[in-house]
Design a protein around this ligand. Structure first.
Ligand SMILES: Cc1ncc(C[n+]2csc(CCOP(=O)(O)OP(=O)(O)O)c2C)c(N)n1
Ligand SMILES: [Mg+2]
Length: 388
């Protein structure tokens, strides 16, 4: 592991967040500063499999920032990683029409996989991605060719764990053995304007384990520990989703507020100048050093090789399995069979004695739709055993 350059990149990511938030006098510094080492490992040490020149690569790992308020985290790292997100866009954070809106928006920023901001929803999105990854692998992988084996990552905070939607999704992931899912918990003991102990006291590690997950607690600023935890989570296909509980210091790098509730939000911006100095950053704002640029350029070249190998597998697979390939391509385009509607039973023609309950009608219609267009996943078909 190239600790020195990764650590330098983490410092510069902190600088980008400070400068962007200072420039618009709005935004949340706590998460990007507290999770900078996590970003360095995800984007610079092979944590995530991605190719910045092919952001829609089907078998890429997905990264979702469930704590969407910390959006400068993802913008800094996407920029450093070499995605088409320019420094100018980073410097226009939270400005009308920029590619760096206040919270991550799917479709507005390259590399953003899900719109987040409502706490907990990012975990729900990640579980959905993990399920569809499993479905795609089961349907399209063959004994000769592996097309799908990606991992789904989400970074969530204390607040996400307060949300019911996250709890339901976590239970679902454990029950359905989604071992391609890796959550990283930014466990900084602060939620916005108060210490977390004021509002929550569950033992996160034991909670996750009780839901059928593997859980590990690490120092979230220790690059080696983060790297090892991610590598272990990725290689351990044991039928359990994984959570890495990373103990971090919110707002790390701004001594006046770090580790306190004041580190969550805009308060930090007023200490921008002294924080930049303390971090050893030069006067130039939005600073990225040449060696960090070179490091990520090399990283991007390596990821191109991984993508090219996958392209070769895809070509061989589609030649060997033309019908499956046609189906996958149609799914990717979101195509719907022209006769879909006519294949769905009309409720008025049903035997109302047998199908009197609305839920049954819904089950039957979803079931028909799913068998007609497999990629339009209908819950009853796959999860309601009565219908199998
Ligand atoms: C469902 C929902 N409720 C409330 C908020 C407002 N909100 C934004 S951040 C935050 C606190 C989040 O705490 P945590 O996840 O620990 O983030 P940290 O303070 O550590 O950055 C709250 C309540 C929200 N974004 N979504
Ligand atoms: Mg927190």
């Amino acid at each position: 592991m190239q600790t020195e350059i990764l650590s330098k990149a983490a410092t510069q990511a902190r600088g980008l967040a400070i400068d962007a938030i200072h420039a618009c006098n709005s935004g949340h510094l706590g998460l990007p500063l507290g999770c900078a080492e996590i970003g360095a490992v995800l984007f610079g040490d092979g944590g995530l499999r991605y190719d910045p020149s092919a952001p829609k690569w089907l078998n890429r790992d997905r990264f979702i920032l469930s704590g969407g308020h910390g959006s400068m985290f993802i913008y800094s790292w996407l920029h450093l990683a070499g995605y088409e997100l320019s420094l100018k866009q980073v410097s226009q954070f939270r400005q009308l029409g920029s590619e760096t809106p206040g919270h991550p928006e799917f479709g507005d920023t390259v590399g953003v996989e899900a719109t987040t901001g409502p706490l907990g929803q990012g975990i729900g999105n990640a579980v959905g991605y993990a399920l569809s990854g499993k479905r795609a692998a089961a349907k399209f992988n063959t004994t000769e060719h592996t097309l799908f084996n990606q991992h789904i990552f989400a970074l969530h905070g204390d607040g996400c764990l307060q949300e019911g939607v996250a709890k339901e999704a976590i239970a679902f992931a454990g029950h359905n053995k989604l071992d391609n899912l890796i959550l990283i918990y930014d466990s900084n003991d602060v939620t916005l304007d108060a210490m977390a102990e004021q509002t929550q006291s569950e033992d996160a590690e034991r909670y996750y384990v009780s839901q059928g997950w593997d859980a590990i607690t690490i120092d979230g600023h220790d690059l080696t520990a983060i790297s090892e935890a991610i590598a272990h989570a990725k290689s351990n296909d044991n039928g359990k989703p994984k959570v890495i509980i990373a103990k971090t210091t919110i707002g790390k790098g701004i001594p006046e507020v770090e580790g306190t509730a004041a580190g969550h939000g805009e308060g930090g911006a007023k200490f921008a100048a002294s924080a930049r100095k303390g971090l050893g950053l030069p006067e130039e704002t939005f600073y990225v050093s040449e060696d960090v640029r070179e490091f990520f350029a090399k990283n991007a070249e390596c990821s191109k090789v991984g993508k090219a190998n996958w392209d070769a597998t895809y070509a061989a697979w589609s030649t060997a399995n033309p019908a499956l390939a046609a189906e996958l391509e149609s799914s990717v385009k979101g195509e719907i069979p022209a006769d879909l509607v006519s294949r769905i039973p009309r409720i008025s023609s049903w035997n109302w004695q047998r199908h009197s309950r609305l839920r049954r009608c819904s089950d039957q219609r979803s079931c028909k739709r799913s068998t007609t267009a497999d990629h339009w996943l209908g819950r009853p078909l796959w999860f309601n055993k009565k219908l199998h």
